[in-house]
Design a protein around this ligand. Structure first.
Ligand SMILES: O=c1ccn([C@@H]2O[C@H](COP(=O)(O)O)[C@@H](O)[C@H]2O)c(=O)[nH]1
Length: 280
């Protein structure tokens, strides 16, 4: 049986728990800071602690697949468990794996992360449109069938992203604006929110030259370790800030392994985000 569409589930989770998305990014340096070994046992303890601390508090977790994949199949097994435990705690899971390939291979990536009975099934998946938005079609279709969602890289938080994302097409629109337009079309008529979101960095300053009104969520990494702050959100996103899912990874995780300190850090970000959004 398919789930209720991701956009509707996300909208409710944001109303109930606030919009904060906490990243599960077990950097080697964080494992060391937490007094954990840089191995599968450390990875497992780290991830379990984050979920225990925050699983009933935050709306969304975003595990960064790379930090699990670096341990091979045993790391991926920990990722599977982490996703299951996070979802069992009532949080939504956005798998940050940034997949993208020709359509026939994209279909297999979609099976891996978006098929309801897959061991890595996640509520949403980050995807790269570098092979063209149309190459993502199999993932869009399977996401719709399963009640899952996608976050398409549009305006990434890193300074190098503009080289590709600001490239101007023959129709005068840049690549990022083109991705946003595809997503707006995907989400047309969906209520309360479409399931096909964009990744738009919180680090980017005023984005009023872009139409961010895609009737879908805007996943906003860059707060904390990359220098953006919750108070920056209105200036970056304008009225679209109501659909922003701000992600903080290291900015929260550096407060571990103490569970109460993790909760306090997440609560502080959540409150600052709430205040910033309420002011718009
Ligand atoms: O444009 C992007 C897309 C994804 N990310 C990912 O988000 C987190 C950010 O971590 P912090 O520790 O809060 O900096 C990380 O997993 C990135 O791979 C991004 O930063 N920017």
């Amino acid at each position: 049986m398919s789930l209720e569409p991701f956009g509707a589930r996300l909208s409710r989770a944001m109303d109930d728990r606030g919009p904060l998305c906490v990243g599960i990014d077990p950097h080697a340096s964080l494992l060391a800071d937490w007094g954990l070994s840089d191995d599968v046992a450390g990875l497992e303890r780290f991830s379990r602690t984050v979920v225990e601390a925050l699983g009933e508090h935050v709306a969304v977790f975003k595990p960064q697949s790379a930090f699990f994949e670096r341990f091979g199949s045993r790391g991926v097994a920990v990722l599977e468990k982490t996703v299951a435990e996070a979802r069992a705690a009532g949080a939504l899971v956005v798998m940050d794996a940034k997949r993208g390939d020709i359509g026939s291979t994209m279909a297999a990536y979609a099976e891996a992360f978006l098929r309801k009975d897959s061991p890595l099934f996640s509520d949403a998946l980050t995807v790269s449109p570098y092979l063209g938005y149309g190459s993502l079609r199999p993932a869009v279709e399977l996401a719709r069938e399963s009640g899952a969602g996608l976050f398409v890289l549009a305006l990434t938080s890193n300074p190098e992203g503009g080289e590709v994302q600001h490239a101007v097409r023959t129709d005068g629109r840049d690549v990022a604006a083109t991705m946003l337009a595809h997503l707006a079309a995907e989400n047309a008529g969906e209520e309360p929110l479409g399931s096909f979101g964009a990744v738009v960095g919180a680090t980017l300053g005023d984005l009023s030259s872009y139409d961010l009104d895609i009737n879908g969520p805007l996943l906003a990494p860059g707060i904390g370790a990359q220098g953006a702050a919750p108070a920056d959100l209105p200036g970056v996103f304008g009225a679209a800030v109501r659909n922003v899912v701000p992600n903080v990874s290291r900015g929260v995780l550096r407060h571990g392994p103490d569970v109460r300190a993790l909760r306090t850090a997440a609560d502080r970000f959540a409150e600052e985000i709430r205040a910033a959004v309420a002011a718009v």
